[in-house]
Design a protein around this ligand. Sequence first.
Ligand code: SF4
Ligand code: SF4
Ligand code: SF4
Length: 379
Amino acid sequence: METALEQLKRSRAFLCLECGKCTAVCPISRANSQYSPRRLLAEGLFYGASDLASNRMLWSCLTCQLCSRRCPVDVKYSEFMRDIRAIAQSNGFLGNPSHGGAMHHIMEMAASPKLKQNRTGWITDDLKVKKTGEVLYFVGCLPYYEQLFGKDFEFSPISIAHDTVKVLNKLGIEPVVMDNERCCGHDLYWLGQLDKFDELGRLNLKEFEKAGIKKIITACPECAVTIKRLYPERLGQDGPEVAHISEIIAANKGKLRFKSSPQKVAFQDPCRLGRFMEVYEQPRESLSAIPGVEVREMAHNRRGAICCGTTNWMNCDATSKQIQRSRLSEANAAGAETIVTACPKCQIHFRCAQCGQEGDKINIKVADMVNVIASALEG
Ligand code: SF4
Ligand code: SF4
Ligand code: SF4
């Protein structure tokens, strides 16, 4: 187990110059002046991690890494937050989970080796999938989101899974879909629940090995970065190669036949796909492959993109709503009819922000990249 000093060295927190550039750029700070990453860092270094662990603001950080992009000494603030959250969890201090903690309970249950699941009921006869093989489509939490959010937000999260397989089949790929796949553990990692995260990682790696998987494709950037980076980091074991579906589509777009689908879209760079994995152009190239699609850029895009306003199903409040609405307004100002994202959670949060009174709604649709692409396919 890492010592506090080792943790500080890893996150480079002790190098902080107190310049405040992180606070200037942070979307939470811009919406809520009570929140300051510079101040939280200084308090943690001055008074010690245990004091900071009881601060409720700890759970507001989106771990979006926008601040780290601006930090002159490369302080890894998100990792500093994760380390303090782990201390807070062990001291019994928790933030304010959204939806009564439903998603957290599901993640924790998934870490039980005894859990038996039926996760493949959504697969329709028109889709070709296998039980074993070299390429896995890792579905992630979509079956759970379908139950929790499908009705309220007037969209079908599981349609993202359906359309991912549809696109892969068009490319001649018949992916493995596993009944016993577990949550990737992304949220538990960033909430500091590292024992449960490790358990999920071990269970998934075992299933990958059993099915003979060599390559994993996901339509969720959180699953992608977790399996690609965090499993090796925590478990010391390299898993299969990992790609987000946008990388697969962009690399093979010449093999797909599209009908004309005139529309103006703005792409929301999900933090995990963009700043974490440096995948910026592939979703834009994939969308632009559809005749008639025009990709408009929001004022904040690519490395400077702003998060969808809430993460890890924590501390969702008026600040989150303000960030979501400002992001939707940016897409609107760019002249887009639809804000397209490539992360199921971004879509859920944006749709939630559109659920208010009719007069509060921003005149823009929300969609997932895979759904847009699948609906434009010929045949
Ligand atoms: S930008 Fe970096 S150096 Fe400046 S206050 Fe923030 S963490 Fe410290
Ligand atoms: S990671 Fe994002 S939300 Fe957290 S302090 Fe940095 S900019 Fe703000
Ligand atoms: S924005 Fe997201 S986390 Fe917040 S209440 Fe809506 S669905 Fe839940």
